[in-house]
Ligand binder design. Structure first.
Ligand SMILES: [Zn+2]
Length: 154
């Protein structure tokens, strides 16, 4: 399986967020070719700052692997990680990070800055962006358009 195949899995997670009116962002973590953890944004539902897709997936992967170290894992996420998630990615020693759409407001994997490749930290991850970018970003733009229309009609 290649990066695109796994990104479709992350998109599936993002769509789960959308069904509960959450901003559609999804993530999966892959280890030795298997998806071992999944997550999607539940910030509104949980009213928890920490409930980003990536952090939910990282926590689950920690449980599956039985370690805080995810050094042989790859994270696929539909939106470029924010500073909080990029920090957790570094802490987890994640090997690779593949994201879909860039985030011009919070992206810390290359857009605003790149925390994942900064060699002043003790760990760096390989980063690739723009995988299924159109699919990932249209999920978000459609969601916000529908939200605006719904508000207008209220
Ligand atoms: Zn985040």
């Amino acid at each position: 399986m290649n990066d695109t195949t796994y990104m479709w899995e992350a998109i599936k997670q993002a769509k789960k967020a959308k069904t509960i009116n959450e901003v559609p962002i999804g993530a999966v973590i892959v280890y030795e070719g298997d998806v071992i953890a999944t997550g999607y944004n539940i910030r509104e539902t949980s009213q928890t700052t920490l409930s980003h897709a990536e952090l939910i997936a990282i926590k689950q992967a920690n449980q599956v692997i039985g370690s805080w170290r995810l050094e042989d894992c790859t994270l696929y996420v539909t939106l470029e990680p924010c500073p909080m998630c990029a920090g957790a990615i570094i802490q987890s020693r994640m090997k690779r990070v593949i994201y879909g759409a860039p985030d011009t407001k919070a992206g810390c994997a290359g857009t605003l800055m790149n925390l994942l490749t900064d060699d002043r930290f003790n760990h760096q991850a390989e980063v690739s962006g723009g995988i299924l970018e159109m699919e990932c970003s249209s999920l978000l733009t459609d969601f916000f358009r529908e939200l605006r229309n719904r508000k207008k009609n209220e």
